[in-house]
Design a binder for this molecule. Sequence first.
Ligand SMILES: [Zn+2]
Ligand SMILES: [Zn+2]
Length: 264
Amino acid sequence: MLEICMLASGSSGNAIYVATEQTKLLIDAGLSGKKLAAALTEIDVDPFSLDALLLSHDHNDHTCGAGIMARRYRMPLYATGPTWQAAACKMGPVPEEMCRTLPSFGEMQFADLTVESFPIPHDAAGPVGFVFRQAEKSIALVTDLGMITPDIFQMLQNVNCLVLEANHDEEMLKNGTYPWPLKKRILSSRGHLSNHHAADFLTDIISPVTTHVVLAHLSEHNNLPQLAFNTVGEKLTTAGCEPGRAISLEVARRFGPSCHICLT
Ligand SMILES: [Zn+2]
Ligand SMILES: [Zn+2]
């Protein structure tokens, strides 16, 4: 059994629960310790039972509760070397015995769960995406990236469940109120994936083994859940992989547990 649940998703905070029979991980902790504990309790997970916390990158919406979670619940905290350097001052003191290094490109084993991490293009220090594998099942988690590189394409092939960023609608962003430098940053190859980028990539990567797609990290100001769902859904239908038949397509909620998926 390989399980994932989005606890929060978007620029106001990200946290994802990933578990197997023997392992429970938290990926990112971009909410207060109190909110993270409440979200975990909502899905009947005791924060003390978590085996580790892994960080994708140093941005506040992924790390602001990381220090408190590691201290309060005594869980090892994994981050790449550059992420540690960039995030250390924001997270407060983390006991030395809790500090672990996450490979930028490599593989780790947590009991029955294999975690692959790989670099993604984003304007952060050493950001990574993840593929989680248990027995024959696999889940990819990739948000906060400006483009899909050939390496990412390779890593995400033949994965059962894809959690992918659909950050913004390009027209909403271009016509919105953000200052131009911020718009430029979001649209750049080290920014965030748009609904159309996500849809194009998904139509290329989806294979007969794909059963679930989750759209994540939606912008509060430059996207709408229904718009992201329709943009991706329509492209998938045109490409012959109709959501709702062979593939379940969901949009992660901004706050609170959503997209709770169990692969068995
Ligand atoms: Zn983010
Ligand atoms: Zn980010």
